[in-house]
Design a protein around this ligand. Structure first.
Ligand SMILES: NC(=O)c1ccc[n+]([C@@H]2O[C@H](COP(=O)([O-])OP(=O)(O)OC[C@H]3O[C@@H](n4cnc5c(N)ncnc54)[C@H](O)[C@@H]3O)[C@@H](O)[C@H]2O)c1
Length: 245
């Protein structure tokens, strides 16, 4: 088991990639702290527990710093440690720049960027005391190649790559590794929002010829969260079927 007895906090764990990650980590022996704004997180944790995994769910928006700090304190009290932070929660509010409202800009910044700031700042002191930690955040391959209609989203996903490099420098001395993943098109509720026609247009740009599934990204998170990646820090691992150039 690659995460035996490790305690992993996964944000946005009720659906999609976060859900697949919670299930994958549990298979590898991790104990799970699941956060989401969706009540579906209760069912996910119920299922994990029925399979013998110690897991807790809390309805937390990563946008609220006070709630994040309180939920980290509660989870730390329950498990006694937090080894892994997966900054996975994310949203899209797509619009071309000239049509994008300030609200659409602010919403995406507050979940995808400020949320990562809140969660990482709350968890690192615990990891520092443990002299052990693994932080992995969700970037996107659009941070590398750009994407039509995603000024707000691409801004946050590019920033994740930058923050990852800064935090790798700042936290290395505490034996904390910090990395991110840049997924390509993955079939989840987020991408279900895309019209069929637009989805089909993506296929010629993916050398492997198809979209990924949440488990493809869960396996990437798993590698970077495991001790196999003990000497890996400050990188962005692209998992996109070869699409990014
Ligand atoms: N699906 C893709 O093609 C793709 C590609 C690149 C990057 N990503 C990134 O991967 C991550 C997961 O995406 P997904 O496709 O599984 O999306 P998803 O919409 O299926 O799941 C995202 C989860 O985050 C939760 N969430 C939203 N706002 C939240 C908040 N304020 N606080 C806590 N939880 C919140 C949602 O309720 C949902 O459960 C995101 O950061 C996304 O940007 C996805």
């Amino acid at each position: 088991m690659r995460l035996k007895d490790k305690v992993a906090l996964i944000t946005g764990g009720a659906h999609g990639i976060g859900l697949a990650t919670a299930q994958r980590f549990a298979q590898e022996g991790a104990r799970i702290i699941l956060w989401d704004v969706s009540d579906q997180g209760n069912d996910v944790v119920k299922q994990l527990k029925s399979q013998g995994t110690d897991a807790i769910f809390k309805k937390v928006s990563v946008t609220n710093q006070e709630d994040v700090n309180q939920a980290v304190a509660e989870a730390h009290k329950y498990f006694g440690r937090i080894d892994i932070l997966i900054n996975n929660a994310g949203i899209t509010r797509d619009r071309t720049l000239l049509k994008m409202s300030k609200q659409e800009w602010d919403d995406v910044i507050s979940v995808n960027l400020t949320g990562v700031f809140h969660c990482t700042q709350a968890v690192v002191p615990i990891m520092k005391d443990q002299q052990y930690g693994r932080i992995v955040s969700a970037s996107s391959n659009v941070a590398i190649r750009g994407n039509f209609g995603q000024t707000n989203y691409v801004a946050t996903k590019s920033a994740i790559i930058g923050m990852t490099k800064v935090w790798a420098l700042e936290f290395g001395k505490f034996n904390i590794t910090v990395n991110c993943i840049a997924p390509g098109f993955i079939t989840t509720a987020m991408t279900d929002l895309m019209p069929e026609e637009v989805r089909n247009q993506t296929l010629p740009h993916i050398p492997l010829g198809h979209w990924g599934v949440p488990e493809d990204i869960a396996n990437g998170y798993l590698y970077l969260a495991s001790d196999e990646a003990a000497f890996v820090s400050g990188i962005c691992l692209t998992i996109d079927g070869g699409a990014a150039r």
